[in-house]
Design a protein around this ligand. Structure first.
Ligand SMILES: Nc1ncnc2c1ncn2[C@@H]1O[C@H](COP(=O)(O)OP(=O)(O)O)[C@@H](O)[C@H]1O
Ligand SMILES: O=C(OP(=O)(O)O)[C@H](O)COP(=O)(O)O
Length: 407
């Protein structure tokens, strides 16, 4: 049983709130998209309105990446979104950080530095060991409670996600609560149930396909994106060197065998693209699978019209659709059609659940809206769909007893 904000006596309590505001960053270091910050406004506003003293913890990017930047711009944007001052401290658990947290008054909010600026936070630990890291031992004395609202990072067993809830009374924030409610009760959604697996996380998508087909959760699995390309190759289609090299370069070559095994076991419930779109003379050009391979250098970048009509017919009969990953390279205007049409069709299904960071950003960019639920998580949402437990969620379940809100 996970405690929520309803169980927390907030007033005067200093709360460490782990959020996931990991966002695309422009070349000038500013935030390219603030959707993940917006998602946490309800949790943060509620804590502040109820008189909490809030220290926000979050990561941004991965070491070595161009998006591995400070949380200073995130604090500025949060301040605008919350309509109140949000201080930023360029420290996470040092004496300076502890002093800033200790100085918080009721209704104050500050953002601590990118947790991954400290090497331990980019390592995976079991919860007990995570509780003995510098980050947790440094912060725990100045915090009364911990709230985890970072569903999108809940598949990581890093100190700020599994160590703090081992050391402090802990609660799920509103984003975490909603995500667990929706994604944890997929089997209760109406049937026929269709999964659409696109995008580029091929091993994760194949794990999901195995799990939902084996457990009879899926009436159909529709494939698109790089996932669709892997299934086409597994089915014996020659997609040409460019698409094959891309899959090989991503390290996904072994996935072709797994896709072939899946087709052997559950081929009647797996739908493959019937045509693909390539760039020819700089224009979008569609080819039926019988006309493949494409010309040299051409890569399958989207699904084509005949696939979209086929998938539309399956979606017309669906009561629930669960989607992850764009149908094509939506960043290029020529290859947005598949994602716009497929996801657009999904909004007409009575229950439509979408996961994935790139997917959510594609949908915003293409103006596709009207889903029952858009998850903040990509990898975390996929992992939940395989019914695997998420380390950060298990840590909340096993957190120390908290005093009841009315005590
Ligand atoms: N046919 C394709 N070839 C190459 N890349 C593709 C193709 N289809 C989709 N993609 C890429 O997949 C990426 C998103 O996939 P993924 O990270 O799995 O999504 P999410 O973050 O929503 O889980 C996008 O950058 C998109 O360009
Ligand atoms: O963006 C995230 O996950 P996602 O790419 O699965 O949406 C989370 O912030 C986790 O980041 P990580 O995959 O660098 O641990």
């Amino acid at each position: 049983m996970i405690a929520t904000l309803d169980d927390l006596d907030v007033e005067g309590t200093t709360v460490g709130v782990r959020v996931d505001v990991n966002s695309p960053i422009d070349d000038d270091g500013t935030l390219a998209d603030d959707a993940r910050l917006r998602a946490h406004v309800d949790t943060l506003s509620e804590l502040l309105d109820r008189g909490g003293r809030v220290a926000v913890l979050a990561h941004q990017g991965r070491p070595g990446g161009d998006d591995f930047v400070s949380l200073d711009p995130h604090a500025d944007r949060l301040s605008e979104l919350l309509g109140r001052p949000v201080d930023y401290v360029d420290a996470t658990f040092s004496a300076a950080a502890r002093e800033a947290v200790s100085d918080l008054e009721n209704g104050d909010c500050l953002v601590l530095e990118n947790t991954r600026f400290y090497s331990e936070e980019y390592m995976e630990f079991d919860p007990e060991r995570a509780a003995r890291t510098h980050l947790v031992e440094g912060l725990e004395p100045v915090l009364d409670a911990y709230v985890n609202d970072a569903f999108a990072a809940a598949h990581r067993s890093q100190p700020s996600l599994v160590g703090l809830p081992t050391a402090l009374p802990s609660y799920a924030g509103r984003v975490m609560e909603t995500e667990l409610d929706v994604l944890g009760s997929i089997e209760a959604t109406p049937e026929p149930r269709v999964y659409v697996l696109g995008g580029a996380k091929v091993p994760d998508s194949i794990d999901v396909a195995w799990s939902v087909l084996e457990n009879d959760l899926a009436d159909h699995v529709l494939t698109a994106g790089v996932v669709g390309n892997v299934f086409l190759i597994a089915d014996g289609v020659d997609l040409g060197d460019a698409s094959s090299d891309f899959i090989y370069d991503q390290g996904y070559w072994d996935e072709i065998d797994r896709a072939a095994d899946l087709l052997d076991a559950y081929g009647d419930r797996i739908a493959l693209p019937r045509d693909v779109a390539v760039a020819r003379d700089d224009e979008r050009y569609e080819l039926g699978v019988n006309a493949l391979p494409p010309e040299e250098g051409e890569s399958a970048m989207d699904v084509g019209e005949s696939t979209l009509e086929y998938y539309q017919r399956i979606l017309d009969d669906a009561e629930t659709v669960i989607l992850n990953g764009p149908a094509g390279v939506f960043e290029d205007d020529r290859f947005q059609t598949g994602t716009r049409r497929l996801y657009g069709a999904a909004t007409d299904v009575s229950t439509s659940i979408v996961g994935g960071g790139d997917t959510a950003s594609a949908l915003r960019r293409l103006g596709v809206e009207g889903f029952s639920h858009v998850s903040t998580g990509g990898g975390a949402a996929l992992r939940m769909l395989t019914a695997e437990s998420l380390p950060a969620v298990s840590a909340l379940e096993n957190a120390p007893e908290q005093p009841a809100a009315d005590d």
